[in-house]
Design a protein around this ligand. Structure first.
Ligand code: AMP
Length: 444
């Protein structure tokens, strides 16, 4: 059982996860508080750091109340924590180790979590383990399978390696080929903005001001989807036609003449890197995402609209087009990767990160895979609460690393940058501070 902490960005998260002897897994506690950054209209690192300092202690305290009760006949005094609960003092099972996000992320924010984790480990005299946040995103579907079906399939977390992951969040856009616990090859990544960041910024340009001021948080891209497809339960195929190689772009099916005229004449967003790049080969282009150009085109389209500005119909079309262009760009790199990995036989694509909750993205990915001959590739979308930043994924990665024999030295420092691909520089195991507890203990 591990208690896990995640503070890499603006979410203060704590979880308690236990893997039982029969391999079934229980999430005893999983909570998050997101700092309120609305006045800045985006994540403001100092505000988020303050929020971690104010909230983390309280969340850890709350998490302790959810630790399982240790029955006195099997309790060893060193394995229990005496905690005062509503019905007097409870003897609770102590976590076997502490897991915490060590990086990548905002350095000061990481330090709040890391130092708290070290404090708990020292006070309770248990080991601690510094986890790579991106590795944790990649392993999330295995946590989901452990929570859902482990007892029926006790030896294997799913998907089994190898599998592909598309990590699409506010801070990252990455296509990763995971071949084992610590081997994650980055097949494509963004050279500028993350897709979530670009959509948040574009949403600020597209959405009417009254919607922006009433937003519950700064995840404006979520609002953008709701605005673009207000009646999502009735959306069937989005009128979407996936691009077919070698044929000109076809306009989406839309019943409204006004919509068709806007789409046909008034403006268009061109796809990232569609004109190529004289400095990069075709192969190299397939390994990069670029989103800032989409964001600046959207800004220009809105700014160049003559007064009184866009009405709701046109704003909605612009919202849909922004998402379409961004998601087709993601899909195009997925197809290139699947084509070059045909021999590996990857049959699963995991899509995680906050943007993965977008239904239009799911639709575009599925239809693009189908028309390109990858109908048999399964798409996995972990539930949104587990694929946005959370501590349950840190706990799970802690457990997988723990079982493989890894612990961290108490002297490790936070890492603002920490690649997961050994080819990029370092990789998960390429940083200092790892202790290998059990030589020869291999993860299966
Ligand atoms: P994460 O960085 O994984 O915590 O995810 C947060 C990012 O996901 C932010 O950029 C959000 O605006 C974005 N996001 C959340 N929901 C959606 C959605 N339905 N569509 C697109 N982006 C979303």
């Amino acid at each position: 059982m591990t208690l896990a902490i995640e503070t890499s960005c603006d979410d203060t998260c704590v979880a308690v996860l236990e893997k039982h002897k029969n391999n079934s897994t229980t999430l005893h506690y999983n909570s998050k508080i997101t700092s309120d950054n609305r006045e800045y209209r985006g994540v403001y690192p100092i505000k988020a750091h303050h929020s971690h300092q104010e909230r983390l202690g309280g969340l850890v305290n709350e998490a302790l109340q959810s630790l399982p009760i240790q029955h006195s006949e099997i309790a060893h005094i060193g394995n229990t924590l005496l905690i005062k609960g509503e019905n007097g003092t409870n003897m609770l099972k102590k976590p076997d180790f502490i897991s915490v996000t060590r990086g990548p992320g905002m350095r000061a924010n990481l330090i709040t979590g890391l130092d708290t984790a070290k404090g708990l480990a020292i006070a309770w005299q248990v080991p601690f383990l510094g986890v790579n946040h991106m590795q944790a995103h990649a392993l999330t579907p295995r946590l989901v399978s452990a929570l859902n079906a482990f007892s029926e399939n006790p030896h294997n977390a799913l998907p089994a390696f190898p599998f592909l992951s598309l990590l699409v969040s506010g801070g990252n856009t990455m296509l990763v080929n995971s071949t084992s616990l610590c081997e994650h090859e980055v097949l494509a990544q963004t050279i500028d903005l993350a897709v979530g960041d670009m959509l948040d910024k574009s949403a600020r340009d597209i959405l009417p001001e009254e919607l922006l001021v009433s937003a519950p948080d700064v995840s404006y891209a979520r609002l953008l989807e709701q605005y673009a497809f207000p009646d999502i339960s009735n959306v069937d195929d989005y009128g979407y036609l996936p691009p077919v190689k070698g044929t000109p772009r076809r306009l989406p099916n839309t019943s409204s003449t006004r919509s068709r005229s806007i789409l046909a004449r008034d403006w268009a967003i061109s796809a990232p890197l569609s004109k190529g790049d004289p400095k990069r080969s075709r192969e190299e282009l397939a390994t990069i995402f670029a989103f800032s150009g989409v964001g600046s085109q959207v800004k220009r389209i809105v700014e160049e609209t003559p007064p009184p500005g866009m009405d709701d119909v046109e704003r909605r079309i612009l919202a849909r087009e922004t998402m379409r262009v961004a998601f087709e760009h993601l899909a195009s790199r997925v197809i290139s990767a699947l084509q070059s990995l045909r021999a590996q036989g990857s049959n699963t694509l995991v899509v995680s990160g906050g943007v993965a909750s977008n239904q239009y993205l799911k639709h575009i990915l599925r239809s693009t895979l189908d028309v390109n001959g990858f109908g048999s590739v399964e798409l996995l979308f972990p539930p949104p609460n587990l694929c946005t930043d959370n501590a349950a994924m840190i706990a799970w990665t802690g457990i997988e690393m723990w079982e493989a024999g890894y612990r961290s030295d108490l002297g490790v420092r936070a890492l603002a940058k920490w690649a997961i691909d050994p080819k990029i520089k370092g990789g998960i195991l390429g940083v200092n501070g790892w202790i290998k507890e059990t030589e020869g203990c291999e993860f299966v």
